[in-house]
Design a protein around this ligand. Sequence first.
Ligand SMILES: Cc1cc2nc3c(=O)[nH]c(=O)nc-3n(C[C@H](O)[C@H](O)[C@H](O)COP(=O)(O)OP(=O)(O)OC[C@H]3O[C@@H](n4cnc5c(N)ncnc54)[C@H](O)[C@@H]3O)c2cc1C
Length: 445
Amino acid sequence: MHIGILGGGFTGCLLAVHLARRGAPGTKITLIENADRLGRGAAYGTDNPDHLLNVRAGNMGAFADDPQHFHKWLADQEGAAAPPASAFVSRMRYGEYVNDVFARTVSEHPGVISIVSGLATALHPGARPEVVLADGQRLDFDRLVLCFGNLPPGAPPGLTEQARASGHYLHNPWRAADLQSIPAVASVLIIGSGLTMADVVQTLAGQQHRGPITVLSRHGFLPLRHEAAKPYEMSRPAGRLLEIFRNLRREAKTAPARGHDWRDIVDALRPYTVGLWQSLTSPERRQFLRHIRPHWEVHRHRLAPAISDALDHMRGDGQLTVCAGRLVSIGWKDGAFDVAARLRGKEGASCFAPDWIVNCTGPQADYAKSANPLISHAVQAGVLRPDALQLGLDVTAAGAIIDGAGQTSPNIMALGPPTRGMFWEITAVPDIRRDCARMAGVLLP
Ligand SMILES: Cc1cc2nc3c(=O)[nH]c(=O)nc-3n(C[C@H](O)[C@H](O)[C@H](O)COP(=O)(O)OP(=O)(O)OC[C@H]3O[C@@H](n4cnc5c(N)ncnc54)[C@H](O)[C@@H]3O)c2cc1C
């Protein structure tokens, strides 16, 4: 059996590790990756040590049956200097760990895993799905797993061509080197207030930025702070969407009386999230995305305490301002930005004229708009289609892709963030690691 894996970030590398470890005779695995370094991807490719994991070291192990694996690796590497399991370690270090786990597997299973470097630009289905690379190479497989991760961000609403081409608009916040172009005294507008915004503010602070930073997002919510966690026993919530969330809020409010914090309740929900999502009707899912998601995201994807403290400090100093409102347009006239937004609680449009703008609106979710050549080719050719809620790709509960005509592929699957429409909670390591093990079992029973 020859299995192709497209994408060598955390998901692709971990799937290759599981497949190799299963030791099925005659198995060949080919990993296709465009970037120079494996195991990094957008999350762990940062070279900034101030960019921290948003999950404690003790739960970032690559294997679901050994959540401490990463922490043990740190202890092996660093001895007594290793941080405690409760620490939020740098994402750069985590990338080294994933790369090391993968490299060890390659050397322990000689001849099983090959790596092909290059950009995949086209995907042809058939009895043997075929991937075409930018250099013209064609590779075909018995099974192909798409692990292309989070898409780069889409454009913020109302962005004009002139503003995009101004040289002062940074479209991809994950390219940290671009942020170095921002002068220390410049005023900066960050669109979006999630975890990537926190990375950007950290990077600016690290380069001694002194100018004002304004954050604009629809609700103006910042991710909440991690605190010491205590395991909380909870059975699967019953009822329909609104009832579930009403009960959860009640449980969170009364948690302190039982020696717990709302965070323990949010974390206790994790084993049930996929099942709950899949039990929702389409209107309920839409209702969740529209009304509950903004609250859910900030409670669920929290900030390491050190980063949360740094943001609070900058807000206290008046350097960092957070505004809630709807962005209307980003223009560029006579060498300056002209940004219009409707801010909450204010009549009419408010105007901003920042020196620089950084787009932190999060990964593009609509695959029909993806700039990734393989994805745009495959969506246009009807080989892949976006899921109904435009959260990712349309896949079955087993991860098989569903094409433009609604047919389930017998030999092309997707794994990790692209399957968000089916699983919802499939972006962080604790969720992806479980699914990598499951997929390996499906491919090599
Ligand atoms: C900035 C950021 C920070 C995060 N922090 C955390 C965290 O602290 N903890 C946590 O649990 N999760 C975190 N996450 C969630 C993250 O989704 C997962 O942890 C994990 O990194 C996803 O890995 P992946 O391999 O699916 O995707 P990616 O890491 O994005 O990897 C996909 C790979 O596919 C390759 N690729 C894509 N298209 C092609 C093509 N056409 N040809 C060739 N190669 C291609 C890309 O080069 C890339 O290397 C973070 C995510 C982001 C974006």
